[in-house]
Structures are given as structure tokens and as C-alpha cells.
Design a protein around this ligand. Structure first.
Ligand code: HCA
Ligand code: CU
Length: 435
């Protein structure tokens, strides 16, 4: 755990070096330790995975039935608690797909997301879902310019719809779209009313991505004091706060977080599944590692990225191509001694490996030494320093590829063989793991 264990465990070939165990550091206090709060759910949250609902609202998304089933099965195997599907009222095929996914017999509970409208609710309860996520806009923007209903109508309809869904024995969540731009008094009295009639969860949605972590904390905390049911939260990422907001919501007592794979959704999407788990595995490693098959994350992201024809962003948490790449000589040296020096996440937890860059003007000789070892070559430290200088000299002139650096190392090594009297050490004790 970040708060108590300053190391991230030995895993990759360079996780244990020079005979030193990975992470000589003992337990020590850490500034990233979660706030110790009795309301906090950072170690017990549930994920409502909405790639097949919010994600379908992503500009590029088109999921045929087969793709939806593949994604649903993968998310289920990964260990998400809930899978949220597009409303059966959206289209005839959406309804059929919803039924097909309900028949798969997955461990995850299947939800569908419907407007706060009795017709939608009636259609949805017939599909075989475990529960309904009911939503209606409560901000004045949406009340005036979207559905045109006032708060009294919203409350009355919400209660009718909730009671109907409960009478069918299904789980029901009620959420207010655009919560952070809704009147606080209106919002709290609405939540109190639906809590009274036994809704399973209330939802807070930052529909336009306007909320800051502090605002999220305050609203969830206030709501926690008003309702006794679970609290779900949904954060759009318009200004890059969706993971921080989700984290703050959990700290304030939220119980459920909505995610989508790679964060896909309306505009630039919502809290990404991988990014949330990157955050949470640092805070609550035992909970996250025992609950989710983190090794599957890349495969699921690749599946969804391919389905919606996008690339995984270079800086994506965990799976971005350089998420575990170390370049500067100072970093490389420390990483080779102990990965915890510059890594808060352990790539092995996700079935990935770190990569120590050895082909740039910033390269240090420790990284080159490990590369020499990987290539099965033997050199003294002085020789490694000499060949490092050659690599840096070329890298000062132009960008160089791994192959360029390898060629420099190999040809330098050949020249050594022409001078057999050169003293040579044994192979270095570390390896650099390539990507
Ligand atoms: C939308 C709806 C929603 C609903 C969230 C929720 C939002 O697409 O506008 O049900 O809690 O962001 O408000 O995704
Ligand atoms: Cu949304």
C-alpha cells in the first residue's frame, strides 16, 4: 500500500538488482496515505461499468451484438460489479441486445439506463435485467431547455417509477442529471424523497464535467448525511478531473463509481476504468488486486479501442506506451537499483513490464550496462562508459532508435575482441526488460 509500503515489489527481471532485494525501504509514513475517514469507501467501492451505455454515446462508437457480448464477457471476467447497458427504448436492436446480454448468465449484475418515464421503465423490466438506472435532468438548464418539467413533476414521477420497478423485484437507482448545476435544496429534497420510498441508490452526475474535487467531496458528504441508501457517482472528463472527482466521491462516502473502458462516452467521456484502478490500487492494493483481474486490463482496452477505432493515448494510465518507460540516466540508474524509486505502480500487477530507455542523449551508463547484458555481451564498466559516450554522441546529432544503440554496442564489442587482452567482468546482475 502506498501509505504503508514504500516499495512496489519485485517482478520484472530488473526488479531485483545487484543482489539487493527490491525495495529495501521499510514501512514509512507517506503523504499519499488516504484520509482516514469513517465514511470513506476507498477500500470497498463498486464499479458500474458503462462502456455499453455511456461508451455507446462516444462519437465513434458502434457496437454490434457480437462486440457487445465480447465486451460484456470481458468486463465480467475482469470483475466489475455491474454492467450498464443502453436503454431498450433507444432502438429495437438495443432492446434485443439487452435481452441477449441478460441471458449470458454473467456474474456481474446487468443494468439498463432509462429516462424517468413509466413507458421506458416498463420496457426495461421485461428485458431480464437485474436493475434499472433511472435518470432525469434537474438543473434549470435541462428543466427549461431539455425535458421542460418542474421539480414537483420530477419528484412525483420518480416515486412512481421507483415504486413500479421495486414492485417487479428489481434493483433501482435514481440519478439527477447535471447535479452540480442543480439547486442544492431541490436536489437534496428530491434525494430524500426517493430514499424514503426505498430506492437502492441515488446517483450524482457531473454531466458537463464542471465539478472540482472539493465540490464533489462537499456534495457527496452532504448527501451522505441525508440518505441512507447507496450513492453512485458519474463524472465527465471535460477538464480532466474525472478520476480525481471519483476518488473524492469515495472519500466522502460514495459507494459506486461509473466508468467506461478508456473513458469513452459523450464528448470526451467519463472516468476511465483503468485510470480509476490505477488510482485505487495505490490506495487500496489488497482490495483492488483481489477483486479485479488487473492482468486483463490491456486486453479489454485493446478490444474496446479496436471496436471504436481509436488508439490508446500515449499517456494512458498503466497501458499508455510509455507508462513504465524510464529515460533519464538518473532515473534509469535508480530504477535499476529499486523500481520503487520512480514507480508508484508496479507493471507486473497488470501483467506488464517496465522499460529502461538506453538510446538517447540522456542515457546513463547503468542503462547501457543492462542492455549489454541483455545482448549477451560482456564488458567492463569502463568499456560500458566508453560505449555510452558513443551512443550519447550520436543521440546528440539525431534521434536514435534501439537498433542504432544496439549496433553501436555490438560494433564496439567487436573492436574489443580485436584487443583480447582487455580485462572483462562477468555479466551484469540486471536486465532491462524491453517492451
Ligand atoms: C447523459 C446522461 C448521463 C447520466 C448519468 C447517470 C449524465 O448522457 O447526459 O445516469 O447518472 O452524464 O448525466 O450520462
Ligand atoms: Cu454521462
Amino acid at each position: 500500500m502506498c501509505g504503508t509500503d514504500a516499495t512496489n515489489g519485485a517482478n520484472a527481471a530488473n526488479g531485483s538488482t545487484n543482489g539487493k532485494p527490491n525495495g529495501g525501504a521499510k514501512f514509512r509514513s507517506n503523504p499519499y496515505q488516504p484520509v482516514g475517514d469513517f465514511l470513506s469507501n476507498v477500500g470497498s467501492f463498486k464499479i458500474i461499468e458503462s462502456t455499453l451505455r455511456e461508451g455507446e454515446q462516444f462519437a465513434n462508437a458502434y457496437f454490434d451484438t457480437e462486440t457487445k457480448i465480447k465486451i460484456a464477457k470481458a468486463l465480467d471476467a475482469f470483475g466489475v460489479d455491474y454492467i450498464e447497458l443502453t436503454s431498450p427504448a433507444a432502438s429495437e436492436q438495443s432492446r434485443k441486445d439487452c435481452e441477449a446480454i441478460c441471458k449470458l448468465g454473467l456474474k456481474a449484475k446487468i443494468l439498463t439506463h432509462v429516462r424517468c418515464d413509466m413507458r421506458d421503465a416498463k420496457l426495461a423490466v421485461e428485458t431480464g435485467v437485474d436493475g434499472l438506472d433511472v435518470v432525469i435532468g434537474t438543473s434549470s438548464f435541462l428543466r427549461e431547455h431539455s425535458h421542460g418539467k418542474d421539480m414537483a413533476y420530477i419528484e412525483k414521477t420518480a416515486i412512481e417509477v421507483i415504486e413500479y420497478i421495486k414492485s417487479k423485484g428489481l434493483e433501482v437507482r435514481f440519478s439527477s442529471e447535471d447535479s452540480f448545476r442543480s439547486d442544492l435544496v431541490d436536489l437534496l429534497s428530491l434525494y430524500r424523497a426517493v430514499d424514503k420510498v426505498g430506492v437502492n441508490r441515488v446517483g450524482i452526475a457531473d454531466t458537463v464535467g464542471c465539478a472540482s474535487p472539493r465540490q464533489v467531496y462537499d456534495l457527496v458528504r452532504t448527501l451522505r448525511g441525508i440518505v441512507s441508501c447507496d450513492i453512485e457517482t458519474h463524472f465527465h472528463d471535460d477538464k480532466g478531473c474525472s478520476i480525481a472527482n471519483a476518488y473524492c466521491a469515495l472519500e466522502a462516502g460514495a459507494t459506486h463509481i461509473d466508468t467506461s473502458v478508456l473513458g469513452i462516452g459523450e464528448r470526451n467521456g467519463i472516468t476511465p476504468l483503468g485510470g480509476l484502478l490505477a488510482r485505487m490500487v495505490v490506495t487500496s492494493p489488497e482490495y483492488v488486486k483481489s477483486k479485479y483481474k488487473l492482468h486483463m486490463l490491456k486486453e479489454i482496452e485493446d478490444l474496446v479501442a479496436e471496436a471504436v477505432e481509436i488508439n490508446t493515448p500515449f499517456n494512458n494510465p498503466i497501458t499508455g506506451f510509455c507508462a513504465f518507460t524510464h529515460k533519464a540516466g538518473i532515473h534509469a540508474k535508480a530504477i535499476l537499483n529499486n523500481p520503487s524509486t520512480y514507480e508508484i505502480l508496479n507493471p507486473a500487477d497488470f501483467g506488464l513490464t517496465r522499460y529502461v530507455h538506453f538510446a538517447s542523449r540522456l542515457t546513463g551508463w547503468n542503462a547501457v550496462k543492462t542492455r549489454v547484458g541483455q545482448l549477451g555481451l560482456v564488458m567492463t564498466d569502463d568499456q560500458v562508459k566508453e560505449v555510452t559516450a558513443k551512443i550519447k554522441a550520436l543521440a546528440d546529432v539525431r534521434p536514435i532508435a534501439i537498433d542504432d544503440a544496439d549496433s553501436i554496442i555490438r560494433s564496439f564489442h567487436l573492436t574489443l575482441h580485436e584487443q583480447p587482452e582487455a580485462a572483462q567482468n562477468g555479466p551484469p546482475a540486471v536486465e532491462v526488460v524491453g517492451q
